[in-house]
Structure formats: C-alpha cells, structure tokens
Design a protein around this ligand. Sequence first.
Ligand code: GDP
Length: 529
Amino acid sequence: MSFKTQIQKRRTFGIISHPDAGKTTLTEKLLLFGGAIQEAGAVKSNKIKKSATSDFMEIERQRGISVATSVLAFLYKDKKINILDTPGHKDFAEDTFRTLTAVDSVIVVIDVAKGVEEQTKKLVEVCRMRNIPIIVFINKLDREGKDAFDLLDELELKLGLSITPLSFPIGMGYDFKGIYNIYEKNINLFSGDNKKNIEDTIAFNDITNPELETIIGSAAAKTLRDNLELVEGVYPDFDKEKYLEGKQQPVFFGSALNNFGVRELLDCFIEIAPPPRAKMAEERLVEALEPDMTGFVFKIHANMDPKHRDRLAFIKIVSGTFERNRPYLHVRNGKKLKFSSPNAFFAEKKEIVDISYPGDIVGLHDTGNFKIGDTLTEGENLHYKGIPSFSPEHFRYINNADPMKAKQLNKGIDQLMDEGVAQLFTLEINNRKVIGTVGALQFEVIQYRLEHEYGAKCTYENFPVHKACWIDPENSKSEEFKEFSRVKQKFLAKDKKGQLVFLADSQFSLQMTQQKYPSVKLHFTSEFD
Ligand code: GDP
C-alpha cells in the first residue's frame, strides 16, 4: 500500500464531552462496530468517581486505565481509526487540551437532557481556536430531554457553532420512535432492543411518501415532516469544505447505550472526517505527505511500576514514516535518538511496530529525555507550535518536608512538570516554588507520586492567586515596564520555560494593573505571537 494511501485511510480524532454525557459508552459502541471488541463493558471508564479523593489507589487505578485507553485503534471499512482518549474529569482538563493538539477532528457528545455543559464549552472553545472539524452527537434520545430545536439553538448560542443537523429524532424519551437520517435519507426505527437495529434502516428518499404514516403513525409523521421543513428552511446544507475548515458543524442524534444512531455517525464520520492534516511549526507548515518523519510529544505517562522509572512518551506522527531503530533528531536536545521498541496501540493492547504513518500515535520508552511539546525529526531544525498552557485554577507553595531529600524533590518536581501534571512558577523575589493546577486533586497526585516514585516528601501552603498571566517581553525596556516590575515584584514569577508571569491575586488587581500599565501586555495563555 502506498504511503499516500496509508495517510488517506487514517482518521485520528478525540471524543469530548462533559462527564456523564456518554463519551465512554459511545467509544465502546464505535469499537464494537469496528469489531475491535466483542462485548460491551470492555472499555473502562477513566473517570474518577469521587470528586475529591484521598484514596490513592483510586489515583493509581486511574493512571493505569488512562494508559490502557490512551489510544484506541481499529479498522472500519478500510479506514484506520485512532481514537485519542481525553479525560472527562475537570481536574485533568489540561491533559485533554494537550490531546486536542494531536487530533485531526473531534466528536462532541451532548446529553439531550442537560444540553451544553461547562466542560463542553471550554473544550469546544479550544477546538474552535484551532479550527478543528467538529461533529456533534446528541445522546440519550431514549430519555426525556430538551426540545431538539432548543438544543440546536444552544449549540449555536453557547458554543458559537454554525450547525447543520444531518439527522433528526422522531419523538423522544417514552415516545422515541427513531431517527430520520437526513444525510443518507433513511429512517432507523428504534426498538429499544440494543442488539437489533444495527442494520435495519428503511430507505426513505421522499418524506412526503404516505407510507411514512404506516411506519411511524400519522401524528409522528406530521411532526417529522414539519420539523424537516423547518430544518431545511433554517439551516444551511451540509458543506464538507466548511466542515473541514471548522466553519460548519454537522449534528447527529442517537442513543449510544442503545446502539442507536451510532452506525450513521460512524459511516458519515469516515466519509467526511479529515485524514491527517498539515501542522504548523514555528518555521513552516508541514504536510503529512512529506517523506521525512516529523512528530511531536503530546503526552507523557509515567510507568506504573515505581521500580522502573521509565516513562512512555506519546508521539503524534505528522509527516513521513516512523521506523524502528532509525535515528531521529530530538530537536530541543540536539541529540539523535533510536527506539528499539516503539509501541503502537490497538483497542485493548499495545505492541511493538516497525513502521507508523502520519496520524498514528507511537509510544516511546523514555528515561527523561522528553517534555510535552518536544519535536522529533530526521534532522531538520523544526519546532511544532501549539501546546499552550492556560492559567491554573489553584496555586500553592510547595515546601520540602525532608531536608535530606532536596535533590530528589527537585528532580521529582521537574519530571512531573515535564509530564504536564501541573505548572511550576518560581517567584522572582525569593525563588520559592509555586505549583499551579487545574484541580485540587492534582496536589494529592503530586504529593503521592513524589513520595512513591522519588522518595521525597512535600507539604503545601496556600498562595492566593486569581490568575496567572504571561507577560509579553515586548516593551520590557520601557519606563512603564520597569515601574510595573518594581511595584508588582512580589507577584512576578518565571514559568518552567523562563517566561515571565504575573500572578494576579484578584480580578480587581488584575484590572487595575491593566489600567495602570497599558503598555505591559498580559496574555492568558503561554503562547502568543
Ligand atoms: P462519560 O462520562 O461521558 O464517559 O459517560 P458514560 O459513557 O460513562 O455514561 C454516563 C452514564 O450515562 C452511564 O450510566 C451510561 O450508561 C449512561 N448512558 C450513556 N449513553 C446513554 C444513552 O444513550 N441513553 C441512556 N439512557 N443512558 C446512557
């Protein structure tokens, strides 16, 4: 099979949702269709059930599961599908943001009763910033939920999407009769029996056909016709180009639990979703078809076994082929590295592979060379853009609790930050270290891992910060900048890359600072032009 064909057949995507909308269930059903698993229940949910847990076994279990489900690959109708797992728990949102840099498209799952929720908003915003193609799946139609048109409005208003429904429900909850597939022009009747109705659809090119009454009853037939007329009047036709540019989002309805609407989603997905896309490096745009291998690290996972402190670095291949035992340049270190056992991922296992293609994810054993965001090439000096950090939500001083183990503590903090577990800020005024996390749970994870993996002990101390803002080095010679640095000295820190950060202690002080020093540009993510 030619290189080009290999690229064309790959679809690498992520499923995102607010917890409980049905991401795990949908993933599992997709794998069932792909024949990758034989029965439901094989995909483990990776969510932490308790909101705050001091049960460290739970954290360990979580880490184990998340490695197992990091990438789920399967074949469906000749396409190689790579689903990248995104943690649903909000404390791990940063992980999800990073994973989104490695996907070529996403499916967003929405709960029909809950509509657009908080976590969905944040994740979709990141996708929109990057023009990632989005398909929406409205789930749990077997339950009572919001009116379909109200939900479509919500998608537009709350997520800022330009949607077009490609299927439409016939009833809902108790009255749920099935789905009209606008894209394929057929009806899929709901029987409530999740083993059936995988294949039985009734072709229905002409919605005015009186047979509709016989099939779904006259009241439902009238409502469906009215609804479809409204859909046609209100929403634009599906435009694949616009979808690929991230400017239009098709919507499907279904019930993942009942296996309903999932095949339609998958069939449409493999037809419209993009094969591996070109990616921007600081130097230039890199096309998947280029022969030289390039790729970047988007995730690092520590070994579960504390005796082997190696880690698994997940690389997304952007161009060329990644081959076993071939030397590649680790651009940041300027070193050539060879990998004798690169892992590829399948639905339930990982195995060593000789060759991987653009769109694929390779897991590399690493003893501490890699950081999130690192680029690998065949020799070109290339830096892939785009794994920004957002301001953490929680900040605490980290103190050494065992003076004999200062070295271990520093090494541990360093490596955990490389993995992207949290962000480290070093205060300018006294060099004290402050850890910033998205969720409180991370502090426990860090403390536990420092002790069990590095033999170091730490304590925390509160450090009230409202938001971390990255400071543009532009204008740093100006008088205003100097005054700002002097007055705000207590609140200045360096992040891990050495970028200057302003740690505002309240929304008010942030606003005042912006007013008083307008030429000091503050950014809310670590990457800016
Ligand atoms: P996740 O947190 O997004 O991964 O959500 P899960 O897939 O774990 O689903 C959350 C809950 O919703 C579970 O109890 C599922 O069984 C249930 N669920 C998922 N899909 C459906 C559906 O189509 N209908 C109904 N009634 N329940 C569903």
